[in-house]
Design a protein. Sequence first.
Length: 352
Amino acid sequence: MCVFSSMSDMLIQLKDYSQIELEDWVKTQGEKAFRGRQLFQWIWQKGVGEFSEMTNLSKSLIQNLEQNCSLGLSTVHQVQTSETQGTSKFLIRLNDGKFIETVLIPEGKRVTVCLSSQVGCALDCDFCATGKMGLKRNLSSGEIVDQLLHARRFSDRPITNIVFMGMGEPFHNYNQVIKAANILNAELGFAHGARKITISTSGLVPQIRQFTEEGHRYKLAVSLNASDDYSRTKLMPINQKWNIADLVAACQEYTKTSSNMLTFEYVLMDGVNDNLGDARRLTQIANQVFCKVNVIPYNEVAENYKRPSNNRINNFLEALKGARFGVTVRWSQGDDIDAACGQLSTAVQDES
Ligand code: SAH
Ligand code: SF4
C-alpha cells in the first residue's frame, strides 16, 4: 500500500458523522458542542470543501481539522446530460476506486435526485442492470449524502425531491441509509422535508417492520413488479424468502401504524407481467393496502425483457381503472444516457 493512501486512510472522515457524533467528537478535542453544529452546517448546508473556509471556527480548531480530518469522500468523474430530456447522470468515484451513479432529473416544477445506496446490489433481480453487477460494497452515510452535494452544485434549480432508487437495495444498508436520510432532513444539513424523501425497497420484510417500528416520516416505496408468486420469484429471487402475502402484511402494518400511504412500483415488461390477468391480480393485491401504484414501463437493459408497446401499456392502465388506489406512470427520463430506473451499472469502470 502506498504511503499516501495509508495516510489518508488514517484521517477522520467527518462526512460520515451525524450531527450528534460531530458534537461528541469536538468535545473530545476540548471544544464546546456548538462547534460540532457549526462544522455540520459548514459541511452540508454550506457545502464547503476546505476547512479554511469555515470562518467562524478558531484558528487552532481549523489547524487540528486540517491535520487529522478529511472532507474528501468522492469526486465527480464524469457528467452526461440528456439533450432531449435534461436529465444528468453523474459517475462518481469513491476513494477506493469504485464508482457509483447519481441522477438529476428536472421535470416541470420538480427537480429530483436519485441516490445510490450500495455499489451494485446483491438481490439479483433478473431485469435490472445493477443486479447483474452483484454487490461490491455498502456506501457509508457520507458517501450517500455527498451525492446530493455534487448534484446540488451542478443543478441550476433547487432540488425538490430525493429518491433512493439508484444503485443498490437501501434496506440492505439500512443503518447508513437512515443516517443519510436524517442528514438530508436535518435543519442544519439540507433541511429537506421528510415527505420529499422516498426510500424504495425490493421488499425486505424485517426492515420494513423496523422502519415501521422506528416511526420514520420518510416515504416508502415497495417494488412489487409481479402479480403472482411464481412470476415474482422468477423476476425477484427475494420473493422466495418473503412472498407477496408476507409483503402485503408488512405493508399493511406500515400504513396502519404510520397512517402514511405507500407506493407500489410495478415495472411493466412485455409479455411478462402486463396482461389483463396481471392487472386484475395487481388490483386485488393493491386494494388491500393504503397505497398508490406507480407503473414504470421497462427500460430495456436485459436482452430477454422488452418494454411493452404504448398500446399494451394503455390497456394495462385502463384495466386498473376503478380500483381503490391511484395510479401514476413514470415515463422514462434519461434512458438515452442510460440514466433511467434500473439502468445504472458501472462494473466496467471499477478501478479498485
Ligand atoms: N433496490 C431498490 C431501489 C433501487 S431500484 C428496489 O428495487 O426497489 C429502483 C426501481 O427501479 C425499482 O422499482 C426497480 O424495480 C426498478 N427497475 C429496475 N430495473 C428496471 C428497468 N430496467 N426498467 C425500469 N425499472 C427498473
Ligand atoms: Fe437490486 Fe433493486 Fe435492482 Fe433488484 S431492482 S437488483 S433490488 S437495485
